[in-house]
Every structure is written in structure tokens, then in C-alpha cells.
Design a protein around this ligand. Structure first.
Ligand SMILES: *[C@@H]1O[C@H](CO)[C@@H](O)[C@H](O)[C@H]1NC(C)=O
Ligand SMILES: *[C@@H]1O[C@H](CO)[C@@H](O)[C@H](O)[C@H]1NC(C)=O
Length: 426
């Protein structure tokens, strides 16, 4: 590594935020650093008058800093502050701005009033996903064999966790799907996500508009009685795609709670689904490990069904029942320092990291000890929240976002838009 690239790496491999205040110009272009809320804020004063009112807003620029430098624009940063504060002015005074759109704005495009309303008087901080993952370098992803896994199917084109959604993922060119299972009191496994956190999952309120949990039902009751809330934002496919049994075209009704067996048989037998299409079963509810392994064996699908859980004792249970099974230890926002030891200790063969914790370093650690890796994306509501409020350098699961995460070297992505990822990898 040359001295220059070492310097560049140490500059770019850092979580960075850029706060830029733009004020109308008085005379010539100057750059000042001022104190604000204990952090240092770069104040840019353009040499040309941009607007008549004083506008203070927040721009986040880090992701293009290197290219800005290469373009000969001026980049200011204060490397001793944490986060780094920097500002970039592009040629012709273009500014890269986060303003709901992800594009390079010319100064004529910037609606300062709108940005001001959006940011308000408080200074909002966004992060760069690329720097959070320590992946500011470029990687040729075309030559990697990335696995494209549809998260709960293809939830932006058909209701999540339904046969149709899984088929859409297969037809879009995904390599597999992820789905969630619960064991109901009648002894039947069903495919469902529900709201609630991972210690209390499967709640019906926002999903189906009734109190209680999926665990209160038999599979027969769940299929007959529960319908999906057409207007719940977690269903990225939108209300038109969500069917109810009393809709006009009842033959087309597919938005009911499916049994795991019916889903597995569909994926096994449908002509559009390749024989190697993977089915990654998240053991979401209690007591799911043994009956799921048994069902998979009964249907002769051991070679293509994989298991995962946030509850790592369920991975150990699967491992005891099937020594060859592919198993993934799931981690959420908090990733323990010894996550790879934890995964190995329960017999996992993969680690599944949340997309914004799948750092370059963690992926390398996992691969070094022989674990395979997958990065999982949150559901549609969670992703929208992250992209609007946390990360400025990505859209909501667009190609660029997927490519950013892939730069960590992770082998699989579990995404809500398998069709978009398939295009990105084509
Ligand atoms: C990112 O890289 C920097 C510099 O190489 C390192 O200090 C830091 O710990 C890394 N961050 C993560 C989250 O691994
Ligand atoms: C991981 O670290 C925690 C504490 O830091 C420790 O209690 C636990 O035993 C470790 N697990 C493994 C499998 O090494």
C-alpha cells in the first residue's frame, strides 16, 4: 500500500457526517468553522448570492468526497472532530444534498425553503452507509457469486409470506426466499411474520387489525378468520394487491395465512422454481425447530431448506437433528464482539447480519473462521425509516444500496426487492 492510499484509507474509513450551513454571500468565497451545539460546523459562504434569506440546512456529502476531490472541487474537513465535519463545493457551486431525492442538485434546483422545513431548526445528522460499513473502496461485484434471497418473498409485488410472493421472487431470478414460521396449538406450522419484537413475535394488531397473537389460533381458524390490513405500510405491495375472501374475484384470493407444508410443496413442484432454489426458514416462534426439520424431511427437501433464528438455541436444536443442515445465526442491531464464536458454538454454518452492521471487518472475521454470510434488510417500514432518517447515501433498496452493502464482501443479501437485486447482479 502506498503512503498516499494509506492516508486516503484512513480518511475515508471513518463514520462521517457533514454539516453544511449555507448563507448568502457577502463578498468573496470564504470558509469558516463555527461552533454549534458543541460540534464544529463548516460554514460555506458562496461567492454568488444564492438566496435572500439566511438558510441553515444540513447536507451530507461524505460519500462522494473522493470523487469531489478528483473533480478538483474544494473539500473541507476537520479530521479531529468526531464525526468529521466537511463540506464540498462542486464545480459551478453544485452541492450534493440529501433532500428526499438522491441526486446531484445544482444550486438552481435547491428549494431552500423546502429543505429548511424538512430539517427544521435542529441540525439533523445522517450517516453514510458506506462509511458505517467501512466500505468506501470499490469492489468488483460482478465476479462474486452473490445469492439473492427474497425477504418474505417479494413483498413489494405481492403480500409477504404468501405463495404468490415466493413465486414472484423465483420468477424475478432470486436464488431463494426467506420466510417466517410459527407452530400453532393444533400442531401445524404456518408462515407468518406479524408485529412485535423478537421475544414476543407474531402479534396481529397492525397486520390483521385484531388483538392477540397468531399463537391463539389453529391453522384452520387462522386461514378462515384472519385477513390482512390493506393499508398497513409494512405491506410494500400496497392496498390494491391485498385480497380479501369477499372481494369480487374470489378465485384470485391469495392473501391468507399459509401452512408451511403448502408453501414448501408449491416451491417444490412449481415449474418456475429451479430445483436448487433455497428456502431459508426463520424459526420465529417457540418449539418450531423439531417439527420444521421433520416436515422438511418428510417432503424430501433437506437439500434446499435452511434454518435461521435470533434464538440461537433453536440453531443448536436443528444441528442436533440434522448434522448437514445449513443454519444461520441471526443478529440484530447489537452484534457481540464474539459473534462468530457464538455462531460456531451453536453449530451455525452462517451468520445473518443486519444490513447496516455487516461491516467489512465482521464479514472478514466470519469468512476467516469458515462461516458463510448474509446481510438482511428490515421490512418495508424499517427500511423507509432508515433511508429517510439515517443514511444519506442510499435510496430505499435501490441498486446502489445493494451494491454498497455488497462491498463488504458479504455472500448473500436477503432483500425486499429481489427483482431489483437480480437486475443489479445481471
Ligand atoms: C473501520 O475501519 C477503521 C479504520 O480501518 C477502524 O478503526 C474501525 O474500527 C472500523 N470500523 C468498524 C465498525 O469495524
Ligand atoms: C461471548 O462473550 C460473552 C461476554 O463478552 C461471554 O459471556 C460468552 O460466553 C462468549 N460466548 C462465546 C461462545 O464465546
Amino acid at each position: 500500500m502506498t503512503e498516499m492510499s494509506r492516508v486516503r484509507n484512513s480518511m475515508t474509513r471513518r463514520r462521517s457526517d457533514y454539516l453544511v450551513s449555507i448563507v448568502p454571500a457577502s463578498s468573496s468565497s470564504v470558509m469558516r468553522t463555527t461552533a454549534m451545539n458543541g460540534s464544529r460546523v463548516a460554514t460555506l459562504v458562496f461567492g454568488v448570492c444564492l438566496c435572500t434569506t439566511i438558510t441553515v440546512t444540513t447536507f451530507q456529502l461524505q460519500h462522494k468526497v473522493n470523487s469531489y476531490m478528483n473533480m478538483g472541487s474544494r473539500v473541507y474537513s476537520s479530521p479531529n472532530s468526531d464525526p468529521i465535519i466537511a463540506a464540498a463545493v462542486l464545480p459551478q457551486n453544485n452541492v450534493f444534498a440529501k433532500g428526499g431525492t438522491q441526486k446531484l442538485l445544482t444550486r438552481h434546483d435547491i428549494d431552500f425553503e423546502q429543505l429548511l422545513q424538512q430539517v427544521g431548526s435542529e441540525t439533523r445528522q445522517y450517516y453514510s452507509l458506506a462509511s458505517t460499513l467501512n466500505v468506501t473502496h470499490d469492489v468488483q461485484i460482478e465476479h462474486m457469486h452473490i445469492k439473492n434471497i427474497g425477504h418474505r418473498g417479494s413483498p413489494y409485488t405481492a403480500l409477504e409470506n404468501t405463495g404468490r410472493s415466493f413465486l414472484h421472487a423465483a420468477q424475478a431470478g432470486a436464488d431463494g426466499v426467506e420466510l417466517d414460521v410459527f407452530l400453532l396449538k393444533c400442531g401445524t406450522l404456518v408462515v407468518f411474520h406479524g408485529s412485535g419484537d423478537d421475544t414476543n413475535p407474531g402479534l396481529l394488531d397492525s397486520y390483521c387489525g385484531v388483538e392477540g397473537s397468531i399463537l391463539d389460533y389453529t391453522a384452520e381458524e387462522a386461514r378462515r378468520l384472519l385477513t390482512f390490513n390493506k393499508h398497513y405500510d409494512e405491506f410494500g405491495c400496497g392496498p390494491d394487491e391485498i385480497t380479501h375472501p369477499d372481494d369480487d374475484d374470489t378465485n384470485n384470493h391469495y392473501c391468507y395465512i399459509h401452512t408451511l407444508e403448502e408453501v414448501l410443496v408449491t416451491l417444490r413442484d412449481h415449474p418456475d422454481v429451479k430445483p436448487e432454489f433455497a428456502i431459508k426458514i426463520e424459526l420465529k416462534g417457540p418449539s418450531t425447530a423439531a417439527p420444521t426439520v421433520e416436515l422438511v424431511r418428510k417432503l424430501d427437501m433437506r437439500h434446499r431448506c435452511h434454518y435461521s433464528s435470533f434464538d440461537h438455541s433453536r440453531i443448536a436444536e436443528v444441528r442436533a437433528l440434522d448434522e448437514h443442515a445449513i443454519t444461520g445465526a441471526l443478529f440484530g442491531d447489537y452484534v457481540p464482539h464474539n459473534f462468530s464464536d457464538i455462531a460456531i458454538s451453536v453449530g451455525a454454518s452462517e451468520v445473518h447480519l443486519k444490513y447496516d452492521t455487516a461491516t467489512f471487518e465482521r464479514v472478514r472475521i466470519a469468512h476467516r473462521v469458515g462461516l458463510n454470510t448474509m446481510a438482511w434488510f428490515r421490512g418495508p417500514i424499517g427500511m423507509k425509516e432508515d433511508y429517510l432518517t439515517r443514511y444519506f447515501d442510499v435510496g430505499n433498496e435501490d441498486e446502489e444500496m445493494y451494491k454498497t452493502v455488497l462491498r463488504s464482501g458479504v455472500q448473500s443479501l436477503c432483500v425486499n426487492r429481489p427483482d431489483v437485486l437480480a437486475k443489479a447482479l445481471a
